[in-house]
Design a protein around this ligand. Structure first.
Ligand code: SF4
Length: 315
């Protein structure tokens, strides 16, 4: 199972410092531009420029008309909803190659959640919409990991997004057409990750996979959408603790009494919030080098993404 050297990740181009915003400015994200860019190949899009709007330009806002959400330029009254959705359709071939997408928060085009939605009658707004480009992107690619720049400042959300990007990248790298054996291997490699996020889904997906004689495109689509959904929230401290105690069982016959006690204590100190996740996992990886175990070494839980992103230091 080969994964491409650099995963492709879509991004709102203003987050990379491109001066494409309505006011001619940008919203550069230091994490994306300085850190994540060393590990992924960013593919940038600005939907508003993509539909032919100038820089600078009058602002767009989302308005609710009956049951429809429209993107309107209040200054001219122009409705650009269709153009924004069609832009997402136009980039779909490129979007299918992406392993994730970082969206610019609050934008009526790119915002992922809580974008202001105006009532044109009263002028009042509620933060409850999704940008129209982002919404169409998600409809076309339901398994694609999405996240917003602001939420990436939260260490738990950041880690979870990067985790999903790498898992989706593994999925995209599987040999097509998919064989059942390939998918079973993929599912097995996800086991500890799924146990940390959603045990019920691990069993349910395994059951559904076991019932398949052949892997149809429909099944594969449903499988990956369910899996991405299952790991879509950060794993709890309790679940991580359970998974690491499960891993500890594999070393039972190998470690000395002192080593076992040290590993137990480190896991419990993580559980109690005294140590970060990286501490017990470093010890586990150390013992794995000393006492190799092919099953554990195949688990993406052990090393889901490049270490130097330092994502498990803050958890
Ligand atoms: S938020 Fe989206 S549409 Fe707005 S400037 Fe950034 S990339 Fe362009």
């Amino acid at each position: 199972m080969q994964q491409q050297a650099k995963l492709k990740v879509g991004i709102s181009s203003c987050l990379l410092g491109d001066q494409v915003r309505f006011d001619g400015g940008h919203k550069r994200s230091a994490f994306c531009d300085d850190e994540l860019s060393r590990h992924v190949e960013f593919v940038r899009f600005c939907p508003e420029v993509g539909i032919g709007l100038p820089i600078p330009r009058p602002t767009i806002r989302l308005e609710k008309h009956a049951e429809q959400v429209r993107a309107v330029i209040p200054k001219t009254g122009e409705d650009v909803s269709l153009k924004l959705r069609e832009f997402a359709d136009r980039i779909q071939i490129k979007a299918e190659q992406l392993s994730g997408y970082v969206l610019c928060a609050k934008s009526p085009s790119c915002g992922m959640e809580r974008v202001k939605l105006y009532d044109p009658e009263t002028g009042h707004a509620r933060k409850e919409a999704m940008g129209l480009f982002a919404e169409r992107l998600q409809q076309l690619n339901p398994a694609l990991p999405l996240e917003e720049d602001g939420r990436l400042n939260d260490p738990y959300l950041r880690e979870n997004f990067i985790l999903r990007v790498w898992v989706y990248g593994h999925w995209q790298a599987l040999e097509r057409p998919l064989k059942k054996s390939t998918l079973l291997d993929f599912h097995t490699r996800c086991k500890l990750l799924l146990l940390a996020h959603n045990q019920a889904q691990y069993r349910e997906l395994g059951r559904r996979l076991g019932e398949q004689q052949q892997i149809t495109e429909k099944f594969a689509k449903e499988y990956i959408e369910s899996l991405m959904n299952a790991i879509g929230e950060p794993a709890s401290r309790r679940n991580h603790t359970n998974v690491m105690q499960h891993i500890q069982g594999y070393f039972k016959a190998k470690l000395s009494a002192e080593q076992k006690a040290e590993l137990s204590d480190t896991i419990l100190q993580y559980h109690d919030g005294v140590l970060p996740l990286i501490a017990p996992l470093t010890l586990i990886r150390h013992y794995l080098r000393e006492f190799p175990n092919s099953y554990l070494q195949s688990q993406w839980y052990i090393q889901p993404y490049p270490d130097d992103l330092k994502l498990r230091y803050g958890l």
